[in-house]
Design a protein around this ligand. Structure first.
Ligand code: PMP
Length: 390
């Protein structure tokens, strides 16, 4: 029996063998020609994956929170007003982070599992004076997806920079930086980008770079300061060596491999695949009698699913049994409902077989926890969803 379980949490995820091979290859100098080429290519490919014609990509050693920190440190000056479109745990974090840089933060909140409407966002923006609006594309604590295209249009109308936390969305959800007018989109390597944890990834629009260039106060973080990193990113893209801090050499090689795979699949096909995996997973959960945290189907992300436990099922016991059945899932994260739901990630390299195996393991665990249902009902619904989709 293979002693290996399937990692189906909302990041880190299962990674492609070629990506892992790049990570395990002998480390080169960060000034070696083959590294300069890989770094330069990865920067160019980031623009294509973020669907940005003219954005400035940044690849830094760090996690997604560093990508958020970088956006905050470089774009906020003390006293700036920021509107946080809040759908859960990670927007709370973003607000807290921005306050560290002196922002005056207003949260536009919704019920847990809900999202502020575009009308509400417009009314908030009309109140005026916001330099920046942020939204979390997919809040990983609730599985709620925000209408980033709609919010971007509002940001343009009210002349605010629009910063999107795309940690649980980039390369899995539809996110069109240039077409929609997004100023910053950021993510981390361990999610749908498909590289083990360790890279903070961000693309900034020319408008965002101009706001940065016009700062009156110095950036409050030494490491995150674009003044230090912009020459490095420009140099590598021009295939020249440069140094500010040692890049995560192997992770950058791995990133370049993964971005190449993503572009070989094609962004539209990749988004469609994530939708199909999501629909099958959600139909499987529904057939087992489980609701979801997102209050409406239209609010539900495609990179993850957040099912609510049936009556009487205890989270820790359930998760232990799913794990014994070979699949690793995540518990609840949103403080208000933590014990009421669990989370399934289905992004990046996830396949139809992974979804079917996950639903089957969930059935095993539910059965062992004493929940009554028709065995196979979830797997059947998921399979039907796949067979009916193109
Ligand atoms: N934003 C979102 C939406 C996330 O899902 C996460 C990580 N789960 C983060 C930010 C923070 O990323 P990291 O844990 O890599 O710092």
């Amino acid at each position: 029996m293979k002693d290996r379980s399937l990692l189906m949490i909302p990041g880190p995820i299962e990674f492609e063998p070629a990506v892992l091979a790049a990570l395990g290859a002998p480390t080169t100098s960060h000034l070696a020609p083959n590294f300069i080429e890989a770094f330069g290519q990865a920067l160019e490919r980031m623009r294509q994956v973020f669907l940005s014609d003219d954005g400035q990509p940044f690849i830094l050693a760090g996690s997604g929170t560093l990508a958020m920190d970088t956006a905050g440190a470089n774009l906020v000056e003390p006293g700036d007003r920021v509107l946080v479109v809040n759908t859960g745990f990670f927007p709370d974090r973003f607000g807290e982070l921005l306050e560290r840089y002196g922002a005056q933060v207003t949260h536009l909140r919704a019920a847990v599992g809900g999202r502020p409407s575009l009308d509400e966002a417009e009314r908030a923006l009309q109140a005026g004076g916001y330099k920046i609006m942020t939204a979390t594309h997919v809040d990983t604590s609730t599985g709620v997806i925000t209408d980033v295209a709609g919010l971007a249009a509002l940001a343009r109308r009210y002349d605010a920079l629009f910063v999107v936390d795309g940690v649980c969305s980039v390369a899995g959800e539809e996110l069109r930086m240039s077409e929609w007018g997004i100023d910053v989109a950021l993510t981390a390597s361990q999610k749908a980008i498909g590289v083990p944890p360790g890279l903070a990834l961000l693309v900034a629009s020319p408008r965002a770079m101009e706001v940065f260039a016009q700062r009156k106060t110095p950036v409050g973080s030494y490491y995150a300061d674009w003044t230090n990193w912009l020459p490095v990113m420009r140099a590598y893209e021009a295939r020249k060596p440069s140094y500010f801090g040692t890049p995560a050499v192997n992770l950058v090689f791995a990133l370049n491999v993964s971005l190449g795979q993503i572009l070989a699949e094609g962004m539209d096909r990749r988004i469609a695949r994530h939708r199909s995996l999501s629909q099958a997973c959600k139909q499987g959960m529904q057939a087992l009698g489980m609701g979801q945290v997102p209050l409406e189907p239209a609010f539900a992300a495609h990179t993850m699913t957040a099912p609510r436990f049936p009556q009487g099922i205890q989270g820790p016991e359930f998760l232990k049994r799913v794990s014994a059945a070979g699949v690793v899932l995540a518990g609840g994260l949103h403080p208000a409902i933590k014990s009421e739901y669990f989370r399934i990630g289905h992004m990046g390299a996830a396949s139809r077989g992974d979804i079917l195996a996950t639903v089957a393991a969930i059935e095993t665990a539910l059965s062992e926890c004493g929940y009554a249902f028709k065995p196979g009902a979830g797997v059947e619904a998921a399979q039907r969803s796949f067979l009916e989709s193109k």
